[in-house]
Design a protein around this ligand. Structure first.
Ligand code: AMP
Length: 402
């Protein structure tokens, strides 16, 4: 690697999209940010922006596959003088959703690692194949540059057995790798560290509950910088109510739907992952729409909001018990960062746990990390914008420069 190389390209390859950012780790600046969506359709769209290129450009028209998408991204970067052939490029950091129990650290990708990520496909059938494709295409474009896999599950690898195990037959669980893995780990890692910084303490000194509330949503309990529990499980389906996922439910609901409703496994999978949560309950998965309708008195939207926020209160209570002492409850991601209403309802009535909001601070909109609890509150409530790309870039850069 070029000794002065300080750029990291972060790639987040989904089944039909690629999100990317080019960061300069010398000053953590963002050199380019973009997205290719609807890959494989006639209506693919590439949006690319960089200060060097003077703003945003959009490209519409069919992009057949991930290889074509990444080539188009490479061309956009090159047009702004940020080409992938630059000696400045130190690494490509890839978000990989499932690392199983094998990958608990950022990992330099080689053939063996790719094969191991492939073996985890049954645990993340929608995500890992797309992640692998992204890595392969990036490798073909720059085989000489280190490709680093950063796993969504990795931060949760420290969860103790009593929180990670499901109470089922041990042999069956082991045979099929059934346990809690947790997801959104890059975000939980970044936000829990940022929370300590906001409190003016070292990560080792604070216990934090992180609520990552985006379209997917998860909670984690972090003791002294180490994750001890999280709400997503074997897959991202468990835990909080999400945009389209149910979160926790009695597993017997599945047997009931199969036996009495005659639904197939795939139909139930799709129901619980894609047509449940806020969308299933009221027909909208965007919290802004749910709030607007609830404000107009729409009963289904009100019930969806109440179910969503009640689940949050339950998890705050559970993780307070898990941690014993809590220094901060932190809200992040699209809903957590932007919705004062959700934050208010999530801590409503939890004064006994030390949670009291400052309504004025809570209503302020800002891109900055901030505390929104009352001065007298025993537990700080904070809003911290997540930055998964920066975290992936940091972890990737640390690996290739150490
Ligand atoms: P993310 O997955 O982190 O990008 O979050 C996406 C979600 O954030 C969307 O589904 C919206 O429901 C939610 N969101 C974005 N802005 C707001 C807002 N101002 N109020 C409530 N929810 C919001």
């Amino acid at each position: 690697m070029n000794a002065t190389a300080s750029r990291v390209l972060v790639l987040n390859s989904g089944s039909s999209s690629v999100k990317y950012q080019l960061l300069d780790m010398a000053d953590r600046s963002r050199l380019a940010v973009g997205l290719v969506e609807r890959i494989g359709e006639e209506t693919s769209r590439l949006v690319h922006g960089s200060p060097a290129g003077g703003g945003k450009r959009e490209q519409l028209g069919p992009i057949a596959d991930h290889a074509e998408a990444l080539k188009a991204v490479a061309a956009e970067l090159a047009a702004d003088g940020l080409g992938l052939d630059s000696p400045e490029l130190a690494a490509v950091g890839h978000r990989v959703v499932h690392g199983g129990t094998r990958f608990t650290e950022p990992t330099l990708v080689d053939d063996e690692v790719l094969a191991e990520i492939g073996k985890l496909v049954p645990l993340a059938p929608l995500h890992n194949p797309a992640n692998i494709t992204g890595i392969r295409v990036a490798l073909s474009l720059r085989p000489d540059i280190p490709q680093v896999a950063v796993f969504d599950t990795a931060f949760h690898a420290t969860i103790p057995d009593h929180a990670a195990r499901y109470a089922i037959d041990a042999e069956t669980a082991a045979k099929y790798s059934v346990r809690r893995y947790g997801f959104h780990g890059t975000s939980h890692a970044y936000v829990s560290r940022a929370a300590a910084a906001l409190l003016g303490k070292a990560p080792q000194e604070v216990n934090v509950i992180v609520l990552h509330l985006g379209n997917g949503a998860s909670a984690s309990a972090v003791r002294g910088g180490v994750c001890v529990d999280t709400s997503m499980g074997l897959t991202p389906l468990e835990g909080l109510v999400m945009g389209t996922r149910s979160g926790d439910l009695d597993p017997a609901v599945i047997f009931h739907l199969a036996r009495v409703g005659g639904l197939s496994v795939d139909e139930i999978d799709s129901l619980l992952n894609k047509r449940s949560g806020l969308l299933g309950m009221c027909g909208d998965n965007d919290m802004r729409e749910v709030l607007r309708r609830a404000g107009e008195g729409d009963e289904a939207a009100r019930t969806a909001f109440a179910t969503y926020t009640y689940r949050l209160r339950k998890y705050i209570g559970a993780y307070t018990a898990a941690l014993g002492r809590v220094d901060a409850v932190v809200f992040t991601a699209g809903v957590g960062e932007n919705s004062a209403e959700v934050r208010e309802a999530a801590v409503d009535g939890l004064d006994a746990l030390g949670l009291v909001l400052d309504p004025e601070a809570n209503s302020v909109r800002s891109p900055e990390p901030r505390i929104v609890s009352a001065d007298r509150a025993r537990v700080a409530v904070a809003v911290i914008p997540t930055d998964e790309e920066l975290e992936i870039a940091e972890q990737s850069y640390a690996l290739v420069t150490r």
